[in-house]
Structure formats: C-alpha cells, structure tokens
Write a protein that binds this ligand. Structure first.
Ligand code: HEM
Length: 435
C-alpha cells in the first residue's frame, strides 16, 4: 500500500511466526494505526467510516432477513409482514434494513458532496473517486432491487416503470429495447419470476460493493487523505497517526449518526417509506402516484424533465456518469472550495439544485413542476460542463497557507511543531480552520 516505513514489531513468538507467513497484523497496523492522517480533518471525514458501518449493518441484517423472507410472487408480501409481527426481533431487524438503506444513502451523499467541496477527486485521487462513483451506481442498483422484494404496490409499480425505461432503446434499434425488458422480466410482464431474479441479484451486489470498497480504501491509502485545505502533507508535523486521533473522531461521528438512525428506527420506522407499499402488489391497479424512494428523486426529476423517453433515460444515467469526469472538468489551480470565493457560491447553488430536483421528483410531472425540473436539470449539467471548467480557469483563488500545520496553528508556529515528535498532539486551537 503506502510507501512509508513500517514500525510494526511482533510482540510474541506467535505474532512473529504469523508476520513471516501472512503479515496481516502488520498490514492493519501500518494502514489503520500508524497511518499518517492530516491533522486538520473535520467531521465530514468521518463519513467513510460511517459508510463502512452502514454496509456491514445492511449485510448482517439482510442475511438475517433472508432466513425468513420468501422470494415468490404469492408469498413475499406476507412473509415480510410475518417477519415484522412474528419473527423474534423481526420488528427491529426489518426496519433496520429498510431505514438503514436510507441512512446509507444519506451518508453516501454527504460523503460525495464533501469530496466535491474539498476537491478530493483531483489528481492523484481520480481512481479513488471513480471507484466511489461505481460504488454509488452499485448501491443504487442494490436499493432498487431491494425495494421490489416486499412486493407491495409501490415495489411492483416501481419495477414496472423503471424496467420499462429500457424499452426506449427501441428508438435506436427496433425490437432491441423490448427484448432487454422481457429478458429482465423473465417473461412478458413483471411477475414472481422477476422478483426471484431481483432477490438473487440483491443478495449478490452488496458483496460486489464490499469488493469495490476494499479497492476504494486501498486507493485512498496509496494517495493518502485529502483535507480541508486541499494541500498535501509535506512534513511529519502536518499529520497525526490514524489511531487514536482520527479513529476517536470517527467513533464519535459514528455515535451521533447511530443516534439519528435509532431515532428514525424506533420512532418513525415507516416515515421514509410509502403507504402504498402496505398494499399487496396488484398488476390490475396502478397507484395514482408512482414515486421512488427519496434518494432517487433528483434523478427521477431529471428523467421526467426531458420530453423524449430515450432522452430522459440518457439524461438520468448521464447525471451520475458525469461525476466520473469531474477530475478532468475542474480546471482550478487549487483543490479546496474553501479558497475559491466565486466557485463557493456555485457549489451551494448546485446543492440547492439537487435538493430542488429532489422536491420536484416527488411532485406530479405536470405544469410548473416540469418547468422548474427543466431549469434545474439544465443547471445540473451546466455546473459540470460550463461552471467547473470555465470558472476554474478564470477565478483567482485566495492565497493558500504554506502547509497544513500553518493552516492549523497559524504563521510562525512552524518552529514549535517541527521540533515536536511526529504524531504528538500539539495543542491546536479550538477552531483552527478559521485562523
Ligand atoms: C459503500 C460506500 C463507501 C464507503 C464504505 C467508502 C469508504 C471510504 C472511506 C473509509 C474513506 C476514508 C475516510 C473518509 O475520507 O471519509 C473514503 C474516502 C473517500 N471516498 Fe469513499 N466510500 C464510499 C462511497 C464513496 C462514494 C459514493 C464516493 C464518491 C463518488 C466516494 C469518494 C471518496 C473520496 C474522494 C475519498 C477521499 C476523501 C479525502 O481524502 O478527501 N466514496 N471512502
């Protein structure tokens, strides 16, 4: 992984024996104990750990649910009801998984916007970032298939609407889109056959995500972490060992996150769901409003903003794919938005745009809602294709501090820090970033 020297010393003969054969403890020590982390990381850097927690929690609760869930068109709905009412702790585990999916997306979006704000996608972290985009796509596919499993009205109709999107490919090659849709359905309509294959893939994909996360963290440990200044670690005094400093901060962040998670879970377990999903799937009754889960709403708004079906599908997929090109679209000489007085406003305009698209995605696709969805869709793409490259090369950034230590301790404090032992906690001020 990273090139720094290992100071791991096996403490016993057995540890030495392992170290000479499979140096896993050495790897863990080097990468998660001694690993140098920038000393100025804020709480937004705790979301990677929070996401790891979410992934593990989804896998563990999912495996337990799978022991009781019945993936068939006739029994799926009742089996989820039985899990919630009759299975021991099912009342807790089923909402943990369902609310957990929402919390997972919340954390993933905060983590992604953190990356966008501080320019964490910039060289040399392009692959780390692109792996993140793949993780996001895999999470979306997993969540979409997972949502079909309770086989309620919204499950059934969401599958119908979204799988049908592929039929738009008929506009390019006649018959091609329809064949894809029938292949996805396993027949000529959404049925129990579709449910079974979605279940199989929903069980598989989290492990693919797990593999992607390992690559993601590996890439992170090759380049090292970015930080709020966007300046790389230059001297030893710019960093602190990951344990206990970053780890204790991560644990505190996770603790707060778990409290919010538990609050939803115990007081409002169905708040983020849809009432129609308490009605068993019925192919003969279409719900008046088919809306996806909140975390898909901005993309759903983009889909419906385009008057042409194929165009809408392309725009929706492009809105995620474009993230992968951000490392090359951003032309600014500095990484962090903190030092970009003009771009800062555009960044928040972009955040507002995403929230507005989310709001519009939940509204009927008519009148003024469609008008605004079009305006915000335009800005969504303009942000990446126009603002990022053009403003990046025109804007004059604020002057950067000389180093991370200087940003934390102020100018002239270098002499104090340079003589201090590496990794020692050197009384940083309470709000160092603002000095
Ligand atoms: C299952 C989902 C994910 C997990 C478990 C995960 C895990 C992590 C971890 C543990 C870190 C280091 C701690 C931190 O910086 O917060 C990290 C950093 C990072 N992640 Fe993720 N991540 C996930 C999804 C994503 C996504 C969706 C993106 C963006 C599209 C992304 C982009 C990044 C970037 C750019 C960094 C480096 C940040 C920096 O050092 O400034 N990650 N990730």
């Amino acid at each position: 992984m990273s090139s720094h020297e290992s100071s791991y010393e096996p403490k016993s003969a057995t540890a030495k024996w392992w170290d000479e054969r499979l140096p896993l403890p050495r790897l863990m020590y080097d990468q998660f104990v001694e690993f140098p982390t920038p000393r100025n990381l804020n709480y937004l850097w705790t979301f990677g750990g929070i996401l790891t927690f979410c992934l593990v929690a989804q896998i563990v609760t999912g495996i337990v649910l799978a022991m009781h869930y019945v993936p068939s068109g006739t029994d799926a709905f009742d089996s989820v009801d039985r899990i919630r009412r009759d299975v021991n702790y099912g009342w807790l585990i089923q909402p943990m998984h369902a609310v957990g999916a929402s919390m997972f997306f919340l954390a993933a979006y905060i983590h992604t916007f953190r990356g966008l704000y501080y320019g964490s996608y910039r060289a040399p972290r392009e692959i780390l970032w692109i792996l993140g985009v793949f993780i996001l796509l895999a999470m979306m596919a997993t969540a979409f298939m997972g949502y079909s499993l309770p086989w309620g009205q919204m499950s059934f109709w969401a599958v119908t609407v979204i799988t049908n999107l592929f039929s738009s490919l008929d506009q390019i090659i006649p018959g091609f889109g329809t064949s894809i849709v029938e292949w996805l359905w396993g027949g000529y309509a959404v049925s129990g056959v579709t449910l079974t294959r979605f279940y199989s893939l929903h069980y598989l994909l989290p492990f693919v995500i797990f593999g992607l996360v390992i690559l993601h963290v590996w890439a992170l440990h090759v380049c090292g972490q970015n930080n709020p200044t966007g300046i790389e670690i230059k001297t030893k005094s710019d960093s602190l060992p990951m344990y206990p400093y970053a780890v204790s901060k991560d644990i505190f962040g996770l603790f707060v996150f778990v409290i919010i998670f538990a609050w939803f879970l115990l007081f409002l377990p169905d708040y983020l769901g849809h009432a129609d999903n308490f009605v068993k799937a019925d192919p003969l009754v279409t719900p008046p409003h088919i809306v996806p889960e909140w975390y898909f709403l901005p993309f759903y708004a983009i889909l419906r903003a385009i008057p042409d079906k194929l165009g809408g599908v392309i725009a929706m997929f492009a809105s995620i794919a474009i993230l992968a090109f951000v490392p090359w679209l951003d032309r600014s000489p500095v990484r962090s938005t903190k030092y970009r007085p003009i771009y800062k406003w555009f960044f928040w305009l972009f955040v507002f745009t995403c929230l507005a698209l989310g709001y519009l995605g939940a509204k009927p696709a008519e009148g003024v809602y469609v008008f605004w969805a079009r305006i915000f869709t335009l800005y969504y793409f303009a942000h990446f294709l126009i603002v990022m490259p053009i403003l990046g090369s025109m804007e004059t950034p604020k002057s950067l501090p000389g180093s991370i230590s200087e940003a934390v301790l102020g100018k002239g404090s270098k002499s104090t820090t340079s003589s201090a032992p590496a990794g020692a906690p050197i009384g940083a001020p309470a709000a160092p970033e603002d000095r």
